[in-house]
Design a protein around this ligand. Structure first.
Ligand SMILES: Cc1cc2nc3c(=O)[nH]c(=O)nc-3n(C[C@H](O)[C@H](O)[C@H](O)COP(=O)(O)OP(=O)(O)OC[C@H]3O[C@@H](n4cnc5c(N)ncnc54)[C@H](O)[C@@H]3O)c2cc1C
Length: 407
């Protein structure tokens, strides 16, 4: 094999390239990215960057010099328009084309746009990349009024950062709870109370219908009949996977590119990983994860597999969010559970365990990173744990030693 082409230079693409070199692949590695930056981490964009405690460059996975040193050919500011699978070629936006022996698709996701009158006025932002983060940061002026449309993780992180910068913040969320897609109601309510006690106004069951202003947004008409004054708006209503190129090439897709647990797509020469990839979960359902850990670890596994490795990607899903002075960490899935056990009496510092048939299926920690780290091992090993054992154990390490794997 001479050439591996990686299309999409984000968290997954960057780690795929690095893994190929780490594993000793000496052939050509071409990393193609639409953005002009080297691969960078997005989580700080809604946290440290908005707070002004981290620079853009500090988000880069590696300095450009490291990529050069490893002879990773970087085509940044370059879009892959098409994949000609019969000829194993990627056609680029500048008309050039690149041949591959193996291709890795790591095209990630883009923001979902809100369709509403006035939604293109100045002062209305989305947040997916470094340029967006710089614009949002500039708008977070002390005393200014920010409206966040969407009460998911991103909207909440933006709201928290904005409050820390002294902005007045209102969140509108179209459903009846925050993070409705992923969180149990009782925890969504807890998050809501944390935001409200930090001065955020939250309107559930409401959304933005119309943005008013001549050139710049001045007010927003909400679905609950109110017209609210704003200085700026951040719209955070989810993402859409960048599927088009794969789909047009005839690769099998669902909500994302369908991959097996080694990152292989329906074309034996093409792999995929990260936000774009859709893999069966342990219940057999195709699932596309949008998380930093998944992008990195699935890409590492897929790159090894592309080189002939046999490891399988079966990590427990992991996500975290930093807001104000607390860190939320989530392991597993809340899709189906029959019991909840809470460890820790302080609401600002506790871990909830979600069990199904005495097996932990999900964990939700607030400011308990050490306990979550051990919980990850309990979950990964699929141990049988009685709720009473979970409550009584002084440390989770005790359980790691004593619990037995589920049959
Ligand atoms: C603001 C923000 C905060 C986040 N915070 C957290 C967090 O706290 N915890 C957590 O777990 N996750 C978080 N995430 C999610 C996490 O960052 C993503 O899951 C991760 O970045 C996905 O990486 P990826 O490489 O799969 O895709 P992406 O990061 O989307 O990268 C894909 C890249 O491919 C490029 N591309 C697409 N199509 C083409 C093409 N045809 N040709 C060339 N280039 C192309 C795109 O422009 C993009 O640069 C956050 C995301 C954002 C945006």
């Amino acid at each position: 094999m001479d050439t591996v082409v990686i299309l999409g230079a984000g968290q997954a693409g960057g780690w795929a390239a690095m893994t190929l070199r780490d594993e000793g692949f000496a052939g050509r590695v071409v990393l193609i990215g639409e953005e002009e930056f080297p691969p960078y981490e997005r989580p700080p964009l809604s946290k440290d960057l908005l707070l002004g405690i981290r620079s853009s460059e500090a988000t880069y996975l590696w300095p450009r010099s490291k990529l050069e040193e490893l002879k990773i050919e970087c085509l940044f500011g370059c879009y892959g328009n098409a994949i000609l699978r019969d000829r194993k070629i990627v056609v680029l936006s500048d008309g050039e084309s690149i041949s591959y022996d193996k291709l890795m698709l790591t095209t990630g996701a883009r923001v979902r746009k809100l369709v509403a009158p006035g939604a293109d006025l100045d002062g209305i932002h989305y947040l997916r990349n470094l340029k967006d983060a710089a614009a949002v940061k500039e708008s977070l002026v002390d005393g200014s009024q920010l409206l966040v449309v969407g009460g998911g993780w991103l909207g909440l992180e933006v709201a928290a950062a904005a409050r820390c910068r002294g902005a007045k913040v209102r969140i509108v969320e179209s459903t009846n709870q925050l993070c409705a897609r992923v969180l149990p109601k009782h925890f969504a309510d807890y998050l809501q109370s944390r935001h409200e006690s930090n001065g955020v106004t939250i309107s559930l069951n409401s959304t933005a219908l119309r943005f008013n202003g001549t050139q710049r947004v001045e007010s927003v008409a909400l679905s609950n009949g109110e017209i609210t004054h704003v200085d700026s708006v951040v719209i955070a209503i989810g993402v859409i996977p960048n599927l088009e190129v794969a789909k047009e090439a005839g690769i099998e897709v669902a909500d994302g590119i369908i991959v097996d647990d080694q990152g292989k797509t329906s074309d034996i020469n093409i792999y995929a990983a990260g936000d774009i990839a859709c893999q069966r979960d342990p219940q057999g359902k195709f699932t596309r994860l949008e998380s930093w850990a998944n992008a990195q670890n699935q890409a590492i596994c897929a790159a090894r597999s592309l080189l002939g490795g046999t490891s399988r990607y079966q990590d427990v899903p992991y996500f975290w969010s930093d807001q104000y002075d607390f860190k939320v960490q989530i392991l597993g899935s809340f899709a189906s559970y029959d019991d909840v056990v809470q460890r820790g009496t302080d609401a600002g510092e506790q871990t909830s365990f979600f069990l199904k048939d005495n097996r932990i299926v999900a964990v939700l920690g607030v400011n308990r990173p050490q306990e979550v780290a051990v919980a990850r091992r309990l979950l990964q090993r699929n141990l049988v744990v009685e709720p009473s054992q979970l409550m009584a154990a002084k440390t989770l390490n005790e359980l790691l030693k004593s619990a037995v794997p589920a049959p």
